[in-house]
Design a protein around this ligand. Structure first.
Ligand code: SF4
Length: 398
């Protein structure tokens, strides 16, 4: 099999590619296989561009089985772009809570508003116009344009990059932007003139179910006859592995502060940033790796949050791991001091600079919480700390 040098547009030569006969075979075999083997997934039941877009956003960094209930729930509450655009971001985040990578929810909401305000509420069908919307990169724009509108553009995600490096026996580092750009140009030459959405989904499906990272099942692969990595005998060596992620270690002291009536003090993260718009126990970063003394926590709470604490004790600790962070959280409990109000509740402290808003609530679980905050509340309850019980319905901001 010979490698060919193809041009897709002036000045952009593709470094590695299949020969023309193999590209034809790739299209034919892949679409035939997909028609017979594709999984029955809710977003494949119709071609509503909004529903396809929603599924593509939710599936980023998240497994299919995790996404399905969130997708169904989200679509029931926000059945179209208009309903999403008109919703409060707090409600969007509540529905998203637990799915992670909350920036996706913010961008989904922002893009829905953009479509409503600038496109009459109708999703654009062209790749370039999709690309101009918040949260749309080449992958999402390519997926929506091809699956929903039949545009002849590729949709190259991590699964597709892996399959491509194996088909081509391409030993380059796919974490390099230049390599990704080149593979995307190669993929442009693979997309057939018809059934573009099926072709793109088939490549992704192959990567998700057959050409998996560690154990590709080459004996069941429709592309075995043209795969160069298989011919070399060790397809799992592609793509080239990069060193393990270097996670930054963070140490936080989180404080569960209750008032005279048992309400809990919660804080909402500023946007943009980590956990933007989500609620949590007020926290402060500490130097670590040793848990701060309660005197230090009292001082930090006053300095950072304007809260004056009494009866402070350390209740429990948790560890939370994100892609680039390893977070240790020491959790304390205390009572707000200085009951100056007639009803016996302390005056709310001023909104601290680290947070967009604060509130006292008897229903903390009704707020849009980060996964870390959910873990904190669960750990406090497991330790029988004095905080509001779980399972309260309705919004808890008070
Ligand atoms: S033959 Fe094996 S390595 Fe090649 S694309 Fe198929 S599953 Fe992947």
């Amino acid at each position: 099999m010979k490698q060919t040098l193809k041009k897709t547009n002036p000045g952009s030569a593709v470094k590695l590619n299949l020969c023309e006969a193999d590209i034809q075979s790739l299209r034919r075999q892949l679409i035939r296989w997909f028609s017979a083997a594709k999984r029955n997934l809710p977003w494949r039941q119709h071609r509503d561009p909004y529903a396809i877009w929603l599924s593509e956003v939710m599936l980023q960094q998240t497994q299919v089985k995790t996404v399905i209930p969130y997708y169904n729930k989200f679509l029931t509450r926000f059945p179209d772009i208009r309903s999403l655009a008109r919703a409060d971001i707090a409600e969007v985040l509540t529905l998203w809570a637990g799915l992670g990578y909350y920036r996706r929810a913010h961008q989904l909401h922002a893009a829905a508003r953009d479509i409503l305000n600038h496109h009459g509420g109708v999703m654009p069908s062209e790749f370039d116009r999709l690309l101009s919307l918040p949260g749309f990169g080449p992958y999402t724009a390519g997926a929506v344009a091809s699956i929903a509108f039949g545009q002849r553009v590729p949709a190259v995600d991590g699964n597709v990059l892996r399959v491509m490096t194996r088909l081509l026996a391409d030993g380059r580092d796919i974490h390099q932007p230049a390599v990704q750009r080149d593979l995307r140009r190669t993929a442009e030459t693979w997309v057939p003139p018809r059934r573009t959405g099926d072709f793109n989904q088939a490549l992704m499906e192959l990567g998700a179910t057959i050409c998996t990272p560690r154990n590709p099942i080459c004996t069941r692969c429709p592309l075995g006859s043209i795969c160069r990595a298989r011919r070399k005998g060790d397809p799992a060596q592609f793509p080239r592995r990069t060193p393990t992620v270097d996670r930054r270690t963070l140490y936080l002291a989180a404080i569960a502060v209750t008032d005279g009536s048992g309400k809990l003090f919660m804080a909402q993260r500023r946007s943009p940033g980590l956990w933007a718009g989500l609620w949590e126990l007020p926290s402060v970063t500490t130097p670590g790796p040793d848990a701060p003394h309660v005197r230090e926590v009292i001082k930090l709470a006053a300095e950072h949050h304007g809260i004056h604490l009494t009866a402070v004790r350390r209740v429990t600790d948790i560890v939370h791991i994100l892609t680039h962070r390893h977070i240790t959280v020491w959790i304390y409990q205390g009572r707000a001091a200085g009951s100056g109000r007639k009803r016996g509740r302390p005056a709310p402290p001023p909104t601290p600079t680290d947070y967009a808003a604060t509130c006292w609530t008897a229903h903390p679980d009704a707020l849009p919480l980060s996964v870390l905050a959910e873990k904190q509340l669960a750990a406090l309850r497991a330790a029988e700390a004095d905080i509001p019980a779980a399972g309260c319905a309705g919004r808890g901001q008070e």
